[in-house]
Design a protein around this ligand. Structure first.
Ligand SMILES: [Ca+2]
Ligand SMILES: [Ca+2]
Ligand SMILES: [Ca+2]
Ligand SMILES: [Ca+2]
Length: 323
C-alpha cells in the first residue's frame, strides 16, 4: 500500500504545508483515527418526523478493522435509491465545505466471498446532504446475466430530491469473473470552465498502476449536489449497497480515506466554522442562527436539529480552545 500515506497518518493527522494545503488521512489501523470526527449519523428524509438524523451503526452485519482496512459486511437491505432509503454502517465525516484544490480519495475492495451477483452490488464514496441528495462514485459489479460473467467497473450517480440519475463518468470493465476487485477512487477540484462554472474530476487507479487516470469525460461541470456540499457542507460517507443475501455475505473494505482542502466539522468541539479556534466568530454564528431548526446546521453542534442554549453552552465551555 501507500507507505507515504501511512507515514503521514502516523506522524500527524493534520498537515499544513507551504501551500497551506490541509490533508486528513485515516489509514484505518486498528480503528478509526480518533482525531477525526467520524460519525454514523446520516439524514434520512422522513415526512413523519422533524429531525431526520438516523444512526446507521448496525451490528446485524458487523464491521471490523483488519490489516489496516475497514471491513464492512454488506447489509442486504442497504439502499439509497429514490425513496427506498435504508442505511446500515455508513461511516462518514461531517464537512463544512470544500476549499480550492479539494480532493476526496479512498481505496475500495469488493470481496464477493464466492457469491455470483445477479443484482447490482456497489461501494464507494457518497458526498451527501441527505439520503435523497447526494453524489456517489463507486466500484460496481455488473451482474451475471446468465450468459455473461460478472465484471467490475467504476461508475457515478447522483440523486436530487429522489430523482436518481447517472453521475456523468464511468470506466471499465475489468476483472471478469474475479472473486474480488479493488481500485482507488478520487474526486477532485477540476477548476472552472470559460463560463466560470466549477468542474469536477473523477479519477481512478487500478492495482499496479503508478498514478490516477482521469475518467472520461473528466473534468466536467460539477453536479449541483456536489456544489451544494462544497458550499454549505454535508457529509462524506463510505457507503455500500448489495441487493442479496449471500452465504457467506459479501464484504467491502476500505484501505484508507484521504481528504485534501476539505473543511471538517467537529474537529474541535464548539468550533462551528472549522478554523481551529473557538472564539467570538463561533459565538456570533450560534447567536445569529439561534432558534433555527433543520438538519446539518453548522451551529447545531449537538445535532438535535435546533440551535439553542445547549449549543451556546458548548461554545462558551470551549471558548478559547485552539486559539
Ligand atoms: Ca490502511
Ligand atoms: Ca434516496
Ligand atoms: Ca472557529
Ligand atoms: Ca442543538
Amino acid at each position: 500500500m501507500r507507505t507515504t500515506l501511512l507515514t503521514l497518518a502516523l506522524a500527524t493527522t493534520l498537515c499544513v504545508n507551504a501551500f497551506a494545503q490541509t490533508v486528513y488521512v485515516d489509514e484505518f489501523e486498528g480503528g478509526f483515527n480518533p482525531a477525526l470526527p467520524w460519525s454514523w449519523l446520516v439524514v434520512v428524509p422522513n415526512p413523519d418526523t422533524e429531525c431526520d438524523y438516523v444512526n446507521t451503526q448496525n451490528n446485524d452485519f458487523p464491521y471490523r478493522f483488519e490489516d489496516g482496512r475497514l471491513v464492512i459486511v454488506m447489509h442486504p437491505w442497504n439502499s439509497t435509491y429514490e425513496q427506498w432509503n435504508y442505511a446500515a454502517n455508513f461511516p462518514n465525516l461531517p464537512v463544512l465545505g470544500f476549499d480550492p484544490g479539494w480532493a476526496i480519495e479512498t481505496e475500495v475492495k469488493l470481496d464477493l466471498r464466492g457469491n455470483i451477483p445477479t443484482v447490482f452490488t456497489q461501494a464507494g464514496l457518497m458526498v451527501m446532504r441527505d439520503m435523497d441528495n447526494y453524489y456517489q462514485t463507486m466500484l460496481i459489479v455488473m451482474p451475471n446475466d446468465g450468459n455473461n460473467p460478472h465484471k467490475f467497473w467504476l461508475s457515478t450517480a447522483h440523486e436530487v430530491n429522489r430523482n436518481y440519475a447517472y453521475g456523468g463518468a464511468s470506466a471499465g470493465f475489468w476483472g471478469e469473473n474475479e472473486p474480488s476487485f479493488s481500485l482507488k477512487l478520487r474526486l477532485e477540484d477540476g477548476g472552472v470552465n470559460e463560463n466560470n462554472q466549477p468542474l469536477v474530476k473523477v479519477r481512478v487507479q487500478l492495482e499496479g498502476w503508478t498514478d490516477f487516470v482521469d475518467v472520461w469525460p473528466s473534468p466536467f461541470v460539477r453536479p449541483q449536489v456536489l456544489s451544494e456540499v462544497a458550499q454549505n457542507g454535508g457529509r462524506i460517507a463510505l457507503y455500500h449497497i448489495v441487493g442479496f443475501y449471500g452465504d457467506p455475505q459479501p464484504e467491502v473494505s476500505f484501505g484508507y480515506i484521504r481528504l485534501e482542502n476539505i473543511r471538517l466539522a467537529g474537529i474541535r468541539e464548539g468550533d462551528v466554522n472549522g478554523d481551529g479556534c473557538v472564539n467570538d466568530t463561533d459565538l456570533l454564528t450560534v447567536l445569529f442562527s439561534f432558534g433555527n431548526t433543520g438538519e446539518e446546521l453548522p451551529a447545531d453542534v449537538n445535532h438535535d436539529c435546533t440551535v439553542n442554549d445547549t449549543d451556546l453552552l458548548t461554545i462558551l465551555f470551549n471558548f478559547g480552545s485552539g486559539c
